[in-house]
Ligand binder design. Structure first.
Ligand SMILES: NC(=O)c1ccc[n+]([C@@H]2O[C@H](COP(=O)([O-])OP(=O)(O)OC[C@H]3O[C@@H](n4cnc5c(N)ncnc54)[C@H](O)[C@@H]3O)[C@@H](O)[C@H]2O)c1
Length: 463
């Protein structure tokens, strides 16, 4: 089948390549010329990296490009003309008030509508599939915008994406489920044909209404975010009462009803959980004011914001102020195996340390470039950037630093050379934002240790 995917980011590129891999004919579109150039240069062997880091994606993209099943362009007209199914996979960041910003979705809908007005002998019919995460009723907005631009026939289907960064290729090739929202039998049957190669005994296609499909994504992410948030409430409590959450968890996890997001840390980040939970609260609250009490959901966000800053008061106290002091931050991505730094704990830490007058040496195996770019766009942080350095070696970051903050569980950070860490830091102090360090070892070496769900070492009281 001929498919166009508009938006070639974390979702569009991976899903586009996955469709090509099952022999669909895919054309990926992005309005950012540099991104398309980057992708073409990669496919033609002129560079080794893709714009995003995702295990197995380089192979998937290259193989399908070579087989001429996957192409890239900035020309939406060409893509819409060729394709029967057009995916919208553009970003939907949160507005200042937390609601979903649909500017990109609206723009793409208008561009698709206009692009559908080409000369054709046969009647024109397209399915526009919304893959972006959007509030309920957005399918109607997309429908209305396209109707204003064209008289040709089309349907709008809602098809949320559930991939997780770091395992996106696996998730797209073997999805946990395929959700399709449409009221139209013809569109449903074409979508079934499109996804048939992904279907097997364990993977089913769930058909429902557009609104229900839109709500599945928000509901799933709110559940998952709530698990992280509750885990951290309990982990914080364990630390306070002198218990280690890891040991407590062993006893809790045996109950099969308890979920997977049960590891203590500095809260959730990334491009989905924070945004989707906020959008559920603020887009839907304004959609039908007063119909649902979302205070409980608001707490998830509040708890998470507080969790990201967990170490800041303790650091202020421990160092008698942070102004002028240097700290190392290991990790800027929101989790390992991605270069996505959106809303990560490491980024939060760097910003807050800079705003408190500290100097920061930061290291990340893959997210330094993205982090520096994002920080340079932050008006609050911009004036302080001269106190930030990114280094290309994790130990280099420790030189002259008062202590190190571990903000994400990259494997390199789990078991560093502790002797080297001790020798490089001014004083051996670890703020372990992921509870990944072997405390026995560092206790022997005389580190001061602050964790999330574990009691501090050396009996320092945070109060
Ligand atoms: N990243 C994830 O893990 C993930 C998972 C599931 C769902 N989602 C949702 O999928 C959507 C896309 O997310 P993403 O992370 O891929 O975003 P992204 O920011 O990585 O990519 C979006 C791309 O769309 C392009 N774009 C914007 N306007 C365009 C236009 N008019 N024409 C052509 N291209 C345009 C941008 O240049 C960018 O490359 C969001 O709604 C997100 O919430 C994301």
């Amino acid at each position: 089948m001929k498919i166009a995917v508009i938006g070639t980011g974390y979702v569009g590129l991976v899903q586009g390549a996955a469709f090509a891999d099952v022999n669909h004919n895919v054309i990926c579109v992005d309005k950012v010329e540099a991104k398309i150039r980057h992708l073409l240069d990669f496919c033609e062997g002129k560079r080794n990296d893709l714009p995003i880091l995702e295990p197995d994606l380089p192979r998937l993209v290259k193989e399908n490009y070579d087989k001429k099943r996957l192409r890239f362009t900035t020309d939406i007209n060409e893509a819409v003309k060729e394709a029967k199914i057009i995916f919208i996979a553009v970003g939907t960041p949160s507005n200042e008030d937390g609601s979903a910003n649909l500017t990109h979705v609206r723009n793409v809908a208008a561009e698709i509508g206009e692009a559908m007005n080409y000369e054709s002998d046969a009647p024109i019919y397209k399915i526009i599939v919304n893959k972006s995460t959007v509030p309920p009723m957005t399918y109607k907005i997309v429908h209305d915008i396209i109707s204003e631009k064209t008289k040709n026939e089309f349907d709008v289907a809602s098809n949320p994406e559930f991939l997780a960064e770091g395992r996106a290729v696996k998730d797209c090739l073997r999805p946990s489920r395929i959700v399709v929202g449409t009221a139209n039998a013809k569109a449903a049957s074409i979508m079934e044909e499109l996804y048939a190669p992904f279907k097997d005994r364990e993977v089913s296609i769930l058909f429902m209404s557009n609104i229900e499909a839109e709500m599945v994504k928000y509901s799933a992410n709110t559940y998952l975010a709530a698990q992280v948030s509750l885990t951290n409430v309990l982990a914080n409590l364990c630390r306070e009462v002198g218990a280690d959450w890891r040991n407590v968890l062993e006893g809790v996890k045996k109950d099969v009803r308890v979920g997977r997001f049960v590891y203590s840390g500095l809260g959730f980040g990334g491009s989905c959980f924070p945004k989707d939970v906020r959008e559920l609260i603020y887009s839907m609250g304004s959609h039908r004011p007063g119909t649902a009490d979302l205070e409980y959901v608001k707490k998830i966000i509040e708890q998470n914001e507080a969790q990201k800053g967990l170490f800041l008061p303790v650091m202020e106290k421990y160092y008698s102020g942070l102004n002028g002091k240097r700290f190392a931050v290991w990790g800027t991505t929101f989790k390992p195996e991605t270069n996505d730094v959106r809303e990560s704990a490491g980024m939060h830490m760097i910003k807050e340390l800079l705003l408190r007058g500290a100097c920061v040496s930061a290291y990340d195996p893959s997210g330094s470039e993205q982090a520096l770019f994002a920080l340079s766009l932050d008006e609050r942080v911009k004036p302080h950037l001269s106190r930030l350095t990114f280094v290309s070696d994790m130990y280099e970051a420790l030189k002259e630093a008062e202590g190190v903050v571990i903000a994400v569980e990259w494997n390199d950070f789990r078991n560093p050379d502790f002797e080297q860490v001790k020798n490089l830091l001014k004083k051996p102090v670890i703020f372990d934002g992921k509870d990944i360090i072997s405390t026995r070892q560092i206790k022997e070496l005389g580190f001061d240790y602050f964790g999330v769900g574990r009691p501090d070492i050396l009996g320092f009281s945070r109060k």
